[in-house]
Design a protein around this ligand. Structure first.
Ligand SMILES: Cc1ncc(COP(=O)(O)O)c(C=O)c1O
Length: 372
């Protein structure tokens, strides 16, 4: 689907690592370039027309990205990615306990450990257990879609239960937001974190949705210029969310590029993106089933494979030599591997630009590896 829009793609390359990093369409690259060539000013500071244009473009991008996830502009802050978004929540509010699943990304584990917050680890999202155990001031912080096997968690029911118990919810949407229809209103979480570079946007971009009802409770991760209304030698007053949470000069080129990525995704249609990835995944998994490999797949777009004949790392190296880019390792989900008889997987992850040709190229090499 639409490979020609992506300058990084070519006939010799089979790119199957979009869970790590997506490629960008030409229009995103051009939007980034527009900032540096046409209006490269300081947004929100100087009063001249270049600076005003930069501010306008940045706020247009915020409105577009917010609308893409069903939020309003005043509920979305810019971050450098999912990690910074999760850190903002972790360091901005006191939680009694944090409930995690075994498949959380290190970005949703290390920060809680480092801060010394009590964590409750569930093997999987256990709604019955949560209903019995959750209390006021607890947080359930879980992924929407697993970066290991594409599993989709029932975050809508989770958020409903948590609200009834007056507990908070943080959804890591890094792997879901650009792979199908997504609405913060339907999920009804307190916080949603996501990364721009996984949704066809520039590196160093992302966002944190904060529901209006909890904005007052959250403290910023950083303080400084641009977020301040007034200051004296001893105090300062701060802007409300989101501007009060975004001190320092913003990544204007990056976020306007992310706005263009959202335009692009919307021009394709998120249902179509989902159907496309579903179709490719069904084909991929059904072919893998006849091979000598372990398969981990619970949803569209992401399939982990463990070959019997060699390590995943060796298999990834062979793939690389043949022009097929897949990732091997533990995918920042180390705890999941602790009780397994293998220490890494080879992960295929798709995006809208992948085609059946890409899947066939991977399967061809996988067949020869599994026959060894
Ligand atoms: C599920 C999940 N959460 C969090 C992250 C971290 O995202 P970022 O590196 O953009 O902060 C990733 C990145 O791979 C991820 O897959």
């Amino acid at each position: 689907m639409n490979e020609k829009d992506f300058p990084c793609l070519n006939d010799e390359l089979v790119y199957l690592d979009s869970a790590c990093m997506s490629f960008r369409p030409q229009r995103v690259i051009e939007k980034v370039q527009d900032y540096y060539t046409d209006y490269s000013g300081c947004s929100g500071r100087s009063g001249h027309s270049i600076s005003r244009r930069a501010e306008q473009e940045l706020e247009n991008a915020r409105a577009k990205i917010a609308s893409f996830i069903g939020a309003s502009k005043s509920e979305l802050m810019f971050t450098s990615g999912t990690t910074e978004a999760i850190n903002t929540v972790a360091q901005g509010l006191d939680f009694e306990r944090v409930f995690l699943t075994e498949k959380e990304h290190n970005s949703n584990r290390a920060v809680w450990q480092e801060l010394g917050v009590e964590t409750v680890n569930m093997a999987d999202l256990d709604l019955e257990f949560l209903e019995k155990t959750l209390g006021e001031k607890d947080l359930v912080s879980v992924l929407h879609v697993s970066n290991l096997d594409g599993e989709i968690l029932d975050v809508e029911t989770l958020c409903k239960i948590s609200r009834e118990k007056q507990a908070y919810t943080l959804i890591d949407a890094a792997q879901s937001i650009s792979h199908g229809p997504f609405s913060v209103r339907e999920i009804d979480a307190d916080f949603v974190a996501f990364s721009g570079h996984k949704m066809l946007g520039p590196t160093g971009t992302g966002g944190l949705y904060v529901a209006e009802r909890v904005q007052e409770e959250l403290e910023p991760l950083k303080y400084g210029g641009g977020a301040v209304i007034d200051s004296s030698l001893s105090t300062n007053s701060r802007e409300d969310f989101p501007h009060g949470f975004e001190p320092g000069l913003k990544n204007i080129a990056g976020f306007t590029g992310l706005g263009a990525a959202v335009d692009y995704l919307e021009s394709i249609g998120m249902r179509k993106v989902l159907e496309h990835e579903e179709e490719l995944t069904v084909h991929l998994v059904s072919e893998l089933e006849s091979m000598n490999v372990k398969i981990f797949n619970k949803g569209p777009g992401i399939v982990s494979v463990v070959p019997e004949s060699m390590s995943s790392n060796e298999a990834a190296e062979i793939m690389d030599l043949k022009g097929i880019k897949v990732r091997s390792g533990q995918h920042c989900v180390h705890p999941w591997f602790k009780n397994k008889d293998f220490d890494s997987t080879l992960r295929v992850s798709l995006h809208l630009y992948n085609s059946k040709r890409d899947v066939e190229a991977f399967l061809k090499v996988m067949r020869s590896i599994s026959a060894l």
